[in-house]
Structures are given as C-alpha cells and as structure tokens.
Design a protein around this ligand. Structure first.
Ligand code: ADP
Length: 321
C-alpha cells in the first residue's frame, strides 16, 4: 500500500537559550508523514515536495530518508532553497514563530513536477494526501495545475485526503484573499475521500460555531469520511454514514501543542490505511496526539516514539484493531 503526501518541509530553529538554537526539519504534511511511517512501517510513504541543491537541502533529504520515507518525489530546484522558521520563547514561556519561506523551493513543486515528468510515480499510489498549506504556498496558476492533477488522480481511483490547516498569513503573503482560500478549500473538499479539518479553521473561514456545523457543511460537499478536530475537546467523526464523538485523552501536563493535528492525522491514517475501522483509528490517533502534546517540538524523538509504540501497539493480529 502506497501513499504520497504533498507539502513543504522547512528548516526549524528552536531556541534553547538566548542565542542558542536546535536545528530540525518540520512542516505540517511532513510531520504527518513521519508519524504515519513510524506508526505503520509496512506502508510505502512518499514525500512529494521540492528542495534545492545546497548542503541544507541534502541534509533535509537525508532526514526524510532516515525516517524511511521515500524521497523520489522530493524534486530539486536549481534556483531556490528550503524555507526556514524560528521558534522563540519569551520569559513567560510564550512561543512565537518567524518564517522565511516566501521564496522556498517547495513553491516550485508543480513546475518541477511538470518538467521532470513524474506522473507515473503518482499513479502507482493508492492514497494522496495534501493540506491547505500545500495549496497556500502555490501561485494561483500552479494551484490550478494541482487541481487538474488531483482530478486525474481521483479519476484513476486514487483516494484523496485533505486537511485545510488554515494559515491566514500564508494566504495573504502569497497575494490571495480569503475568498480565494475558501474557493480552494471547497474544491479540495469536493474531491476528498477523507477530510481532517480543525473547528478553528472553519470558525474563521465559514462562520462555524460547533463541530456539528463543520460536519453538516462537509456532508453537503459530499465528503464520505470526516474528522473535525477540536483540541482537548476531541474529535467529531463521521464515517459509514454515522457520526460519533471521540474524546481526547486526559493529559497530565500539556507541554507543547505543536503538531497535535499533524500527529493525529498520521496516527489516524496509519491505522485506517491498514484496515482498522474509523472509530478504532480515531482512538489510536487521539492517543498518539495526546502523547505528542506532552513533548516539545513538532516531531518527538524516535526513542520517545518507541515508548509510545510499546504502550500502544498497532496490533494487526489482535486486539488493537
Ligand atoms: P490542530 O493542531 O490541527 O489545531 P487540535 O488542536 O484540534 O489540532 O488537536 C488535534 C488532536 O490532538 C485532538 O483531537 C486531540 O486528540 C489531541 N489534543 C490536542 N490538544 C490536546 C490536549 N490539550 N490534551 C489531549 N489531547 C489533545
């Protein structure tokens, strides 16, 4: 079983103490790919993006490879480098993010994809995952090309998975207004087989007040499987024509909620793509996201992940599924 995930991976600089930073690689779709592959090592997980030809790009590709995620769709641009962001923490423990991604290589992914004729590699996949950030970083013309590609994939029987992950600044910086964003998200939902929206995304964009409002809108758009994420309130799941609330796990101390939604998505797909039902998959995802929020940074260390896996085996021979 193969899944391709389209997105941007950036250099992350995380402030340890004043003027000292820890360097990592992260980005919403990449985080999901990492958790998905760690939780389901038997899946063929491919990351679809673009980087440069510089040293940091080589290190990024090596980091993806070290996670056993396929890199053959990690295209190389001769004119751009990966984006970068810094996480600073003030004296009250409040984190703030500063981004340098306006000219990142990932923005060229559709042009490089067309030039390098990689379509055949996508067509051997069964699943294709993309987010609102994958859409936001593209020019309007490239986004149209992506929608053409998505329609082709769908016509070829490939299932599409979409998380809107709304980032207002990203849409505005790229010269788009909120109406263009809404239009893109609606198109994405109309194509999606699984949607993983956050209630917060829909509060701003579609004036939703409750998870039920999001569910009603997405059902109207024809999405057959929907998970509305709402932080510690848990998830409202809709699958096989039924809706059900899935609680978040009780966490003693929330350390850092970065990548809660990304890890939830990775956990859900790890179970679901291997045959678990939607409820079991959502429960597994909630356990994984609950673990991630108790650790610093988007991606927990492999050692920490091993601790989680020991306590929560995705056991295909027996009980967990
Ligand atoms: P996003 O990061 O996309 O905003 P959410 O904040 O809705 O996503 O979180 C996604 C999932 O992570 C939730 O459905 C829940 O399972 C888990 N989660 C988030 N915050 C907490 C928390 N404080 N305690 C326990 N689980 C949490």
């Amino acid at each position: 079983m193969k899944i391709v995930l389209l997105g941007e991976c950036m250099v992350e600089l995380f402030q340890l103490v004043e003027n000292v930073y820890h360097q990592n690689f992260a980005g919403d779709v990449y985080n999901t790919a990492v958790y998905l592959k760690r939780a389901a090592p038997n899946l063929d997980v491919q990351f679809f993006s673009a980087v440069g030809t510089d040293l940091v790009s080589d290190q990024l590709v090596a980091a993806v490879d070290a996670e056993k995620i396929g890199t053959s769709l990690l295209l190389r641009s001769k004119t751009a480098r990966p984006g970068l962001y810094m996480i600073n923490t003030d004296c009250f423990g409040e984190r703030s993010f500063v981004y340098w991604r306006d000219s990142s290589a990932a923005k060229q992914v559709m042009q490089l994809f067309a030039a390098q004729q990689k379509q055949a590699e996508l067509l051997t996949s069964q699943w294709f995952y993309f987010s609102g950030i994958s859409l936001a970083i593209l020019s309007a013309a490239d986004r149209e090309q992506l929608f053409v590609l998505l329609a082709k994939l769908k016509a070829a029987g490939i299932k599409l998975i979409f998380d809107p992950n709304y980032r207002p600044a990203l849409w505005q910086n790229n010269g788009n207004d909120i109406a263009q964003c809404r239009e893109a998200f609606i198109k994405a939902y109309q194509l999606a087989d699984i949607a993983l929206p956050g209630l917060d995304d829909h509060k701003v964009l579609f004036e939703a007040n409750h998870a039920e409002d999001v569910l009603a809108q997405l059902k109207t758009l024809g999405v057959p499987e929907i998970l509305v994420k709402n932080g510690k309130e848990g998830v409202l799941l809709y699958a096989d024509g039924q809706s059900q609330a899935i609680s978040a796990v009780q966490v003693k101390k929330v350390v850092d909620t970065t990548a809660a939604g990304d890890s939830f998505n990775g956990g859900y797909l790890a179970a679901r793509l291997q045959g678990a039902n939607a409820v079991k998959s959502a429960e597994y995802a909630a356990a994984l996201a609950g673990f991630v929020v108790q650790h610093t940074g988007a991606i927990v260390s492999r050692d920490n992940f091993a601790v989680f896996s020991q306590d929560h085996p995705l056991d295909f021979a027996g009980a967990t599924l």
